[in-house]
Design a protein around this ligand. Structure first.
Ligand code: SF4
Length: 711
C-alpha cells in the first residue's frame, strides 16, 4: 500500500469483481493520478477488508489492452482500423436494421453480462426490447446464476436471495453446497470466519473436492458430482420420518408438503448412499444436526447452479429450509451466493425475466405496464421469453441468428465447448463487441469493436448477493476515447426510428428514477413487490454504504431490509411458498472406460472470470500465471504422470494440454482445472443444459488423460 501521505483524496465506489459487493475507496494523488485502493472501514459488507483483486483494483485504469478508439474491420475483413464513434455506431445500427429487415427481428441477438451497472442493464433492456425489438437478448449470467433465479421463482414466486451476510452471526448450522468461499468470495468467507470465531456452530460442506472451505468444515461430504438432490431428499426422508420438521411453519406458510413427503419415502439413506456417495450414518447425522438447530442456513454457488439439475437443486435446498422452518428468520435462510458483481442487477432489471423489475413477458399485465410507461404498443413485445445465451450460439449454427452484439463478456473462453462457439462466431454476418479491452479473445471474430470505459469511469449502481444496492462513482473521466456503456446504449438508441416515441434519460440517475418508479406497488396478482427501491437515492445509498431492497418511500433507516419473507408472506397468488417434489434423474456424462475421470472446474482467488482484467494485474497474474490440473497422486501413479509435467486431456468435445499438480484435494477419479484460462478447460466441457434455467453442466463431464512427451 502506498503511504497515505501520497494520497490527496479518496473517492468512494464499489468493487467491480465478485458479488460480495465490497465498498472501496480509490486514492488519487495531487496530480489526480490513481495510486491505490483501500476497503471502506465504515461499510457493513467488508468493514475495511478487501481481497487481492480488490486491493489491486486501481491498476485496472491504465492496464494493457484497453480499447482507446472504436475499431472497424476493413472491407476484406482482415485488419481493424480506428474509426470515429459516429461511423462505428452508424455502421452497427445499419447492420442491425439490414439483418432484421431481411431475416426478421429475432435474427439479431444481444448477449450482455453481470459486469455492467444496473442503470446500463435497464437501458440496454429498453433498447433491446422496446426499440430494436429482438426477443433474443440474454446475459452471461445464464452461465452462473440462472438456476438460482429459476429455483427461487419456482419455490417462492419471485427471484431474490432472502438472506444476508448478517445471518452468519445468528445461525446455529451452516451447510454450504458447492461453494468455495475463500477463493470465490473471500470477504464473505471472512465474515463467516469471524462469526465462527465468536460462536462456533457446525459448518457442513458438500463438495466432491476438498476445497479450502471444506478444509475448515466440521463435516465434509465428498458427494458424487451432480447428486445433491439425492442427498437432500435423503435428509428430508430422515427429517420427516423422525418428526423433526417444523409443521407449524409448513402448515402456515407453504403448500405441497404431502407430495414432498410421499416422494422422499423413496430416498431411504440406505439406498441413497449408493447414488450420492455419502454413507447412511452421515446422512442421518447431518439431517438431525440441521433440523434440530434453532436456526440453520444453506449457501450455494456454482456446484449447484452449473448442473443439469441446477434449478431442481435450488428448489430442493429451499424445500429443506422451508420444511425445517428456516426462511426469513435471523440465521435461517436459503442464500445463493451470486457470481459477478452485478449479476443481481441483470436479474432484477434486464434480461433474466424479459421485462424490468422482475416483470415477465408471459404476463399480460406486466407487458401492458411496461409498454404504457415506455410509451409503446404492448403488441411490440413478444409473449414469451426468447433464447438464453446458451441457446443463442446453437441458433447461429442453424442460421436462425445472423447478427450478434456481445457486451462485456468473452464467450470464446467462458462458454462450454469453445470449438463450437468459434464456429458459430465465424458464421455470423455481423458481430459487434463492446468491451473495456480490445484484446479480449472473442474480439478476433468481430466486425466492429466499441471501447467501453472501465467501471469507475462511470456512474451508477450494483446490487450484491444480499440485495444491497451500492454506488459506483466516476472516480476518473473515461480513458482516452472510450465511452461509458450507458452513453453507447443511448447513442445507438437514437439511430433507430421504429415509429415509437420512446424516451431515454440522459443520465444514469435519470434511468435510476425510472427504475424507482417501476419498482413501486404490487404484483399483478396483488402480492408484494419486494424489489422496491423507491425510497433510495444516490445520496442515501452512499450515506448508507449500500441499502438492501426492499427500501420503500416511507423507509427511513439507511439499512434497508435485511431479510425477505420474515412475515411468512410469499409473492405467489396464494401467499404461500411452494414445496416441490424433486425427483432425481441421472443424465450426467458419467466417467466410463474411454473417459474414466470426472472433470471439474472452478476458480482461483487471484483471477476473475476469463482474466480479461486480472490477467493484466501484476500480482494477480504472478501468483496464478497459467492453468493447472489438480490430480490425485494415486491416479497419477497408475498413469505414470508426475508432478508439474504436462498431460493431454481429451473429452468428447476436444482436447487441451495442461500442467499437473498432484494433490489429495481431488478424489482418485476426478481432476480439477480453473476455468479462467483461454483454450483450456472449456475446450472439453459439456454444453448439456438445465431444462428450467438453460444453465450448462460445466462441472460434470468426463475426460481421459495421457502423459505427453515432456520434450
Ligand atoms: Fe472485490 Fe469480491 Fe474481493 Fe470484495 S471479495 S474485494 S467484492 S473481489
Amino acid at each position: 500500500v502506498i503511504p497515505s501521505k501520497k494520497v490527496a483524496q479518496w473517492k468512494y465506489t464499489t468493487c467491480n469483481y465478485c458479488s460480495t459487493g465490497c465498498s472501496i475507496e480509490i486514492g488519487l494523488n495531487e496530480q489526480n493520478k490513481i495510486v491505490t485502493t483501500r476497503g471502506h472501514a465504515g461499510a457493513d459488507v467488508n468493514r475495511g477488508k478487501l481481497c487481492i483483486k480488490g486491493i489491486l483494483e486501481h491498476e485496472l485504469f491504465e492496464s494493457p489492452g484497453r480499447g482507446t478508439e472504436p475499431l472497424i474491420r476493413d472491407k476484406h475483413f482482415e485488419a481493424f482500423e480506428p474509426t470515429s464513434w459516429d461511423h462505428a455506431l452508424d455502421t452497427t445500427a445499419d447492420k442491425i436494421k439490414a439483418i432484421q429487415a431481411k431475416y426478421g427481428r429475432d435474427s439479431f441477438a444481444i448477449v450482455s453480462s453481470g459486469q455492467l451497472l444496473t442503470e446500463e442493464f435497464y437501458t440496454l433492456g429498453k433498447l433491446a426490447r422496446g426499440v430494436i425489438g429482438t426477443n433474443n437478448y440474454d446475459g452471461n449470467t445464464t452461465l452462473c446464476m440462472a438456476s438460482a433465479v429459476s429455483g427461487y421463482k419456482r419455490s417462492f414466486g419471485a427471484d431474490g436471495p432472502p438472506g444476508c451476510y448478517d445471518d452468519f452471526e445468528h445461525t446455529h448450522c451452516l451447510m454450504a453446497f458447492g461453494s468455495n468461499l475463500p477463493e470465490q468470495h473471500p470477504i464473505i468467507y471472512w465474515r463467516l470466519k469471524e462469526a465462527l470465531e465468536k460462536r462456533h456452530f457446525p459448518l457442513i460442506v458438500v463438495d466432491p473436492r476438498v476445497t479450502m472451505l471444506a478444509q475448515f468444515a466440521d463435516i465434509h461430504l465428498p458427494i458424487t458430482p451432480g447428486t445433491d438432490c439425492v442427498l437432500i431428499n435423503a435428509m428430508l426422508h430422515v427429517i420427516i420420518n423422525e418428526g423433526l420438521q417444523d409443521q407449524a411453519y409448513i402448515d402456515s406458510h407453504t403448500q405441497g408438503f404431502e407430495a414432498v413427503k410421499a416422494l422422499v419415502q423413496d430416498y431411504d439413506p440406505k439406498q441413497a448412499q449408493h447414488i450420492c456417495g455419502i454413507d447412511e450414518d452421515t446422512i442421518r447425522n447431518v439431517a438431525r444436526i440441521y433440523a434440530r438447530a434453532p436456526a440453520a442456513m444453506s449457501i450455494w454457488t456454482m456446484g449447484i447452479n452449473q448442473s443439469t439439475h441446477g434449478s431442481d437443486g435450488v428448489a430442493n435446498i429451499n424445500n429443506l429450509n422451508m420444511i425445517t422452518g428456516n426462511i426469513g428468520k435471523p440465521g435461517g435462510t436459503s442464500l445463493s451466493i451470486t457470481g459477478q458483481c452485478n449479476a443481481m442487477g441483470t436479474r432484477e432489471w434486464s434480461s433474466c425475466s424479459g421485462l424490468p423489475g422482475y416483470r415477465y413477458l408471459e404476463n399480460e399485465a406486466d407487458r401492458n405496464e411496461i409498454a404504457d410507461f415506455w410509451g409503446i404498443d404492448p403488441e411490440f413485445f413478444p409473449k414469451n421469453r426468447g433464447l438464453a445465451e446458451t441457446d443463442i450460439f446453437p441458433a447461429i449454427e442453424t442460421g436462425e441468428i445472423k447478427g450478434l452484439w456481445i457486451v462485456a463478456t468473452n464467450p470464446m473462453t467462458s462458454m462450454p465447448n469453445t470449438a463450437r462457439i468459434r464456429k458459430a462466431l465465424e458464421k455470423l454476418d455481423f458481430l459487434v463487441i463492446q468491451d473495456v479491452y480490445s484484446d479480449v479473445e472473442t474480439n478476433q471474430y468481430s466486425h466492429v469493436y466499441l471501447p467501453a470505459s472501465v467501471w469507475a469511469e462511470k456512474e451508477g449502481t450494483h446490487t450484491n448477493t444480499e440485495r444491497r444496492v451500492n454506488l459506483i462513482s466516476n472516480v476518473l473521466p473515461p480513458f482516452k476515447n472510450s465511452k461509458p456503456d450507458f452513453w453507447i446504449f443511448n447513442q445507438l438508441a437514437r439511430r433507430f426510428d421504429n415509429g415509437q416515441m420512446i424516451h431515454f434519460p440522459e443520465t444514469p440517475e435519470g434511468a435510476f428514477e425510472e427504475m424507482k418508479y417501476l419498482s413501486k406497488g404490487k404484483l399483478s396478482h396483488g402480492g408484494p413487490r419486494n424489489l422496491d427501491i423507491s425510497g433510495m437515492s444516490y445520496q442515501k445509498i452512499e450515506a448508507g454504504r449500500g441499502i438492501q431492497w426492499p427500501f420503500r418511500e416511507k423507509d427511513e433507516s439507511l439499512k434497508g431490509t435485511a431479510r425477505l419473507y420474515s412475515d411468512g408472506l410469499f409473492p405467489t397468488p396464494s401467499g404461500k411458498a411452494n414445496l416441490l417434489p424433486i425427483n432425481f434423474y441421472n443424465n450426467n456424462e458419467q466417467p466410463c472406460d474411454e473417459y474414466p475421470f470426472w472433470l471439474n472446474s472452478g476458480r482461483v482467488v487471484e483471477h476473475f472470470h476469463t482474466r480479461t482484467r486480472t490477467g493484466k494485474i501484476g500480482n494477480c497474474n504472478k501468483f496464478s500465471p497459467t492453468a493447472y490440473m489438480e490430480m490425485n497422486p494415486d491416479a497419477a501413479k497408475e498413469l505414470g504422470v508426475e508432478h508439474q509435467t504436462y498431460v493431454r486431456l481429451t473429452s468428447r468435445r476436444g482436447d487441451a494440454v495442461v500442467m499437473v499438480q498432484l494433490t489429495q484435494r481431488v478424489p482418485r477419479n476426478m481432476v480439477f482445472i480453473p476455468f479462467h484460462y483461454h483454450d483450456c478447460v472449456n475446450r472439453l466441457t459439456l454444453g448439456l443444459l438445465d431444462p428450467y434455467s438453460r444453465q450448462p453442466a460445466f462441472k460434470q463431464c468426463s475426460t481421459r488423460i495421457e502423459p505427453i512427451d515432456q520434450d
